[in-house]
Design a protein around this ligand. Structure first.
Ligand code: MN
Length: 367
């Protein structure tokens, strides 16, 4: 038996922390002297104490630590992976918000000059593929809106086009203020979901929707379902959407690997989609992206990324000279892979604005 002082030294927890963990039921002493109230710990409790100390260093809340400590090692590992995935998702969301605020405040600084973008060049193409009888995908692009919808169920095609039409209605209204754009989009997605309910007679019908609305300096991204958006920037290739699928949630929780997900029998099972019903299941992810000159965006349905590897997507986007050429090459790759599903893609490039007020070679602050 170790006294609380000896146990504290061995476990690198303070006596004060040990008393707190006792009170919370996290780490009970092996014996408490009934007369003096002194706590005594067994040597084999050190392992649990060290685990508690490490989990505290991770920032895990005490209630969750108690859960982890009571699990078998494999389940404890999965629980820690799930906790950490949540921390990273939260950090990513806050990082985006911080970047947006920094960018917005710098934009108000007259000393800063921004490389501006005059618009986007784009191409959209949707293809039935080699196996399906009809095409329930919709791909759409114009100078302000890029969108891909992958309909499902008896009225899937109508659901997809109704969702995109609801977003196109935004183009008739004046551009919202940057601070209002996400609210405006959120309302538009609500209208899109109601349009799906009106158009889709079939109970099981609905659609995914991944769209970007160009606001003049930023791209607002709206996403629900398992279509995707990717960004090619400075040679890096990033996926900027998160699939709302059962398999993605299993990956996030550390239960399966991304490789296992792509071969999972239930990989098409959506956790969120515009299916005409109210509730959590149709809530979109909404984010603002600071577009930069030279950015190239790809929006696509699962008929593309399900059969064409990321490395090949990246290669085509890097080498395809125009958006038209890139979308044609991407659909050709899906065909080479058998095109078992409808395939849709939209490719868009940001166009740098001419800057007559700054002579070539002038030094300007970096971003
Ligand atoms: Mn599909």
């Amino acid at each position: 038996m170790l006294t609380i002082g000896a146990f504290a030294r061995a476990s690198r927890l303070s006596p004060k922390a040990l008393r707190l963990y006792d009170e919370l039921g996290l780490l009970r002493p092996a014996r408490v002297d009934p007369r003096s109230g002194y706590r005594f710990y067994a040597r084999d409790q050190l392992e649990r104490a060290r685990l508690v100390a490490w989990l505290r260093r991770l920032g895990m809340p005490l209630a969750r630590i108690r859960t982890v400590c009571d699990l078998a090692p494999a389940e404890a590992a999965a629980e820690i992976a799930a906790y950490w995935a949540g921390v990273e998702a939260d950090t990513a969301a806050r990082r985006d918000l911080a970047a947006f605020l920094i960018d917005q405040l710098r934009g108000e600084d007259p000393a800063m000059t921004h490389e501006t973008i005059s618009g986007i060049r784009y191409a959209a193409l949707s293809d039935t593929g080699l196996v399906r009888e009809g095409n329930q995908d919709t791909a759409y692009a114009d100078s302000r809106l890029l969108a891909v919808a992958d309909g499902f169920g008896a009225d899937g095609a109508a659901a997809g086009s109704a969702a995109i039409e609801a977003l196109r209605a935004l183009e008739q209204t004046p551009a919202p203020l940057p601070g209002d754009i996400l609210n405006t989009l959120s309302e538009a997605v609500g209208r899109a979901n109601r349009a799906v309910a009106e158009r889709g007679a079939g109970e099981d019908s609905g659609t995914t929707l991944t769209a970007m609305l160009w606001t003049g300096s930023r791209l607002a991204l709206v996403h629900v379902g398992d279509s995707r958006a990717y960004l090619l920037r400075d040679g890096g290739f990033f996926r900027i959407t998160h699939d709302h699928t059962l398999v993605q949630s299993l990956v996030d929780e550390g239960r399966i690997t991304p490789e296992e997900a792509s071969a999972h029998p239930q990989r098409a099972l959506l956790l969120r989609a515009l299916d005409g019903r109210d509730g959590e299941g149709s809530v979109p992810d909404l984010t603002l992206h600071d577009a930069r000159p030279g950015d190239r965006y790809l929006l696509c349905s699962d008929g593309l990324y399900g059969v064409v590897r990321d490395a090949d997507l990246r290669r085509v986007l890097t080498t395809g000279s125009t958006p038209e050429q890139a979308v044609r090459e991407l659909i050709a790759l899906a065909h080479e892979a058998g095109a078992p599903d409808n395939v849709s893609c939209v490719v868009a490039d940001t166009v740098p604005a001419a800057r007559p007020d700054s002579p070539a070679g002038a030094v300007r602050p970096g971003r």
